[in-house]
Design a protein around this ligand. Structure first.
Ligand code: CAA
Length: 421
């Protein structure tokens, strides 16, 4: 019988985004909007844009390859692969099985895809934690990948909250980065129509302002459940947490979430007029949340990976000594949510450079608005089973792993993850 108290946590992490991005100021100007609305009102500076040759499979595979390579993990050690995505490439076949093949994972690796809007990867992470804790892993590791392309369409209210990218995480019994605390996790589910994407649509539908309310209510629900699960809310108190990470569709949302976090813990609602309490909330936000939103502000919404981009930003910049408790809140519209905490492992700071995606992000190419609009339009038909097939050369992409069209109803890929910058 396996021990029920095995430690599980995040052992490796890596990000892969897109080759192109848009400046939010350019988008605002093109839409006749004051740039301050996007940059300060929503808190976004740049937005990653996927070409028709970059899809959920290519981004997931490259991110995972990078995590395994940089943290020196043999693909044969992976016993579970879960890809969390809202942007699946097939109604039946999971993204995960393409990734399994491209990474050369073992045939006895349990492989599947999870979908619950932006909550899919957190569902994968907690499943991996349970798989290890239950003694099912037999010393193997789990690979959890969040990969998404957030698209609301041209000239929509959601347009400035798009983005694309993948975060890969390896979960193991001997984590080098963050030990997850299963007693601190809580869950929340409620049927709401705040954001959804029908089978016939490439673009999400959102009731934007309502979705913000649903998100905040889900925070309170998941946080309360976490306190009940842990039997005491003492370890979960903000005073005992070094940094708070939230799902980040746009960085201003993290400010709203943190406000709700303080209110929920204090058991009161705080109006803007309450200067003393607002000062306390703002100071806590500046210390525990704002410093770790840099990657989100230049990548945009990557749906299920957004929360984990904050964790990566923290691990690459904070240089923690170990022992710091971090909180994570994942929200998936529709809706499902989870709140939980983990504790930074001693020497995690040693891996800051392995995690840091700065070099990759610095190589991105800036799009002008015409090219951005062409690219979005071309993506609408990129997976039709007919020519014209997407061609990496049309989008000035160099070497790398790319999607190159669907022939005989089968998706085609070219290149390899190892060659992708
Ligand atoms: N200068 C500075 N700030 C300005 C400004 C200016 N000139 N003009 C407006 N602002 C501020 C506003 O005051 C507002 O700030 P507060 O929220 O703090 O009041 C902010 O900019 C946004 O302004 P609006 O609310 O007027 O913006 P909007 O109506 O155009 O829509 C949105 C914003 C609802 C987020 C929209 O972009 C949207 O629908 N996005 C998609 C849905 C979404 O992201 N929902 C988030 C919760 S659901 C979720 O998290 C799951 C997921 O990933 C989708």
């Amino acid at each position: 019988m396996g021990s029920a108290s095995r430690v599980a946590g995040i052992d490796a992490m890596a990000f892969h985004g897109t080759h192109c991005y848009l400046e939010m100021a350019d988008l605002a100007t093109a839409r006749g909007v004051d740039p301050d609305k996007y940059i300060h009102g929503l808190g976004q500076r740049q937005m990653a844009v996927a070409t028709p040759c970059e899809d959920t499979v290519t981004m997931a595979t490259v991110a995972a390859h990078r995590a395994l390579d940089r943290f020196d993990i043999d693909p044969g050690e992976i016993g579970t692969l879960i890809v969390g995505t809202e942007t699946g490439v097939d109604h039946s076949k999971p993204v995960a099985v393409y990734v399994h093949d491209m990474l050369g994972l073992a045939p006895n690796c349990r492989t599947f895809e999870t979908k619950h809007a932006c909550y899919g990867a957190m569902a994968g992470l907690t499943s991996a934690m349970d798989w290890i804790s239950a003694g099912r892993a037999r010393g193997r590791k789990a690979l959890i990948i969040a990969s998404d392309i957030a698209r609301y369409g041209l000239n929509t209210p959601g347009e400035p909250t798009q983005g694309a990218g993948a975060v890969a995480m390896v979960v193991s019994e001997r984590p080098r980065l963050l030990e997850l605390d299963p007693t601190s996790f809580g869950d929340y589910t409620r049927q709401v129509m705040d954001f959804w994407r029908p089978l016939y649509s490439k673009y999400a539908f959102a009731d934007g302002h309502y979705s913000i309310d649903c998100y905040l209510d889900a925070f309170s629900g998941a946080w309360r459940d976490a306190c009940e699960n842990s039997g005491t809310w003492e370890p979960l108190r903000l005073d005992n947490i070094d940094a708070c990470f939230y799902h980040v569709p746009f960085t201003k949302m993290a400010r709203k979430a943190h406000h709700r976090h303080c209110e929920t813990e204090w058991g009161i609602s705080v109006a803007k007029e309450n200067e003393a309490k607002m000062t306390e909330i703002n100071a806590s936000y500046e210390r525990q949340v704002a410093p770790w939103l840099e990657l989100n502000s230049i990548v945009g919404n990557i749906y299920t990976g957004s929360l984990f981009l904050c964790l990566m930003d923290y691990l690459r910049k904070a240089h923690p000594a170990g022992g710091q408790r971090l909180s994570m809140f994942s929200y998936g519209s529709g809706c499902g949510a989870a709140f939980g905490t983990g504790v930074v492992v001693a020497n995690a700071a040693r891996y800051a450079d392995h995690i840091d995606p700065a070099t990759h992000l610095a190589q991105r190419r800036r799009l002008d608005i015409d090219r951005y609009e062409q690219l979005i339009t071309a993506s609408e038909t990129a997976d039709h089973n007919e020519a014209p097939y997407p061609d990496p050369a049309d989008w000035d992409l160099g070497q790398g792993l790319y999607y190159v069209g669907t022939r005989d109803h089968i998706r085609q890929y070219t290149g390899s993850a190892a060659d992708t910058p």
